[in-house]
Design a protein around this ligand. Sequence first.
Ligand SMILES: [Zn+2]
Length: 107
Amino acid sequence: MTVPRVIDVVPELVSELQRLLTERGEPALAAQVAQLRIIDRCRCGDHFCSTFYTAPRPTGAFGPGHRTIALVPETGYLNVDVVGYDIVQIELLYRDDLKAKIHAAMP
Ligand SMILES: [Zn+2]
């Protein structure tokens, strides 16, 4: 099974994350975005949810060193979850422009 790269699935989201993380003062995280892969996506089933994991999904909560960076996109809801120095999850809600592509890549 291939693990798709975010940049191949939703390149526009990569650009958006790079810009928002840089503006937030997180250049090291911005530099990771182009290498991220979609390991799995959220299975909550909410119609507005396009959240996906960029590291193996934890059983339960993320461990110590977890923080959530709430970004302010022009539309929808976009948070980046980080453990240590690694981006582990992209929380993406109310983004119908991206959802179909993400679900097609990770059914
Ligand atoms: Zn969800």
